[in-house]
Design a protein around this ligand. Structure first.
Ligand code: SF4
Ligand code: ZN
Length: 317
């Protein structure tokens, strides 16, 4: 039986959204997706008139959809795409081609930062270090630092990332398991400026699921990567996502409810209880950028130093 779109009641439905029990045609689905993002931006007051935005792009479905939606919702917005080339064989070059096509499609400037050219190492070089089994954690720290540093150096006022609902629920779930209150307090859709060198971060896709982002990118024909990073295999993050998907099969609005309860009920109580335990921010003794470590180098500088030592050791051999 052909199902009609619940919104326009005219076209055939192609998309089914289980969490809201909604069948939609592609046009209505795209329109509603863009409206959801606009609503999130308004609700958290993520953007203001004179903002200069840096969009962290990776060639994936989320950040490409984010850049496209911001571009269509706010055509006059000062927006630059930022890509970090991690030097992962096959993957990084493939992703770079996709973000280049996206920048061309949107007619926006693309800044490419190559780890190898700028710092002399690739992300895979961490394999022979204590990060061998958790390269993603080193990679995450490097990307977080660089997106902020690049945006700060360019004088941008916000960094937008493509974190979606699935990413956020997975991260929250992990922090709950670990009892990691500090990270629970920090994970927010809008992270305002807490230090002059910290550029505020926004996550406009926080209410969209993985599937919605994938469908949106597909219907809009966005250039997105078809190759996986070789280091993602068997990652704990992916296993946790699989587990949460299994729960969602039984309880379709599980993730939506989880995130709503966290932000509406639990986070305000946590903030009240921990109000005076706010993180202190210091400056890195090596690069001068913000860090939670007092009188020490930041996590990024420690990682860069690890690579320098590794290179020096291999040159001595
Ligand atoms: Fe970085 Fe891990 Fe993602 Fe690869 S899978 S890009 S190493 S975070
Ligand atoms: Zn530093």
């Amino acid at each position: 039986m052909v199902v009609k779109c619940r919104r326009c009641l005219t076209n055939n439905a192609e998309v089914y959204l289980p969490h809201s029990n909604l069948s939609l045609c592609p046009d209505c689905f795209m329109l509603l997706t863009e409206r959801k993002v606009k609503h999130t931006i308004d609700a958290y007051r993520m953007l203001s008139k004179n903002d200069r935005i840096g969009v962290a792009v990776s060639g994936g479905k989320d950040s490409s959809s984010l850049a496209y939606i911001l571009n269509s919702l706010f055509g006059k917005l000062d927006m630059t795409l930022i890509y970090i080339d991690l030097g992962v064989p096959k993957y990084s070059q493939h992703c770079l081609e996709k973000v280049r096509s996206l920048a061309k499609m949107l007619n926006r400037e693309l800044i490419v930062y190559s780890l190898e050219k700028e710092l002399g190492f690739k992300i895979g070089d961490f394999k022979s270090t204590i990060y061998g089994r958790k390269i993603c954690s080193a990679c995450g720290a490097i990307k977080r630092y660089l997106f902020n540093k690049i945006a700060y150096d360019l004088g941008l006022t916000k960094v937008a990332t493509g974190h979606n609902l699935d990413d956020t629920v997975e991260a929250l779930f992990n922090f709950y398991l670990e009892g990691n209150i500090v990270s629970l307090l920090r994970l927010k859709p809008f992270l305002p400026k807490t230090h002059p060198k910290l550029v505020p971060k926004i996550k406009p896709l926080i209410k969209l699921t993985d599937m919605e982002c994938l469908l949106y990118a597909g219907y809009r024909n966005l250039p997105i990567r078809t190759v996986e990073c070789q280091f993602s295999r068997g990652s704990r993050m992916l296993r946790r996502k699989e587990l949460l998907n299994m729960i969602t099969e039984k309880i379709p609005n599980f993730k939506h409810q989880f995130i709503r309860s966290h932000y509406k009920r639990i986070l305000p109580l946590l903030e009240k209880a921990c109000g005076d335990q706010e993180d202190k921010i210091y400056e890195c003794i090596t690069c001068g950028m913000p860090t939670s470590l007092e009188g020490a180098s930041c996590h990024f500088c420690k990682l860069v130093n690890l690579m320098k030592n590794l290179r020096a050791r291999s040159e001595r051999k």
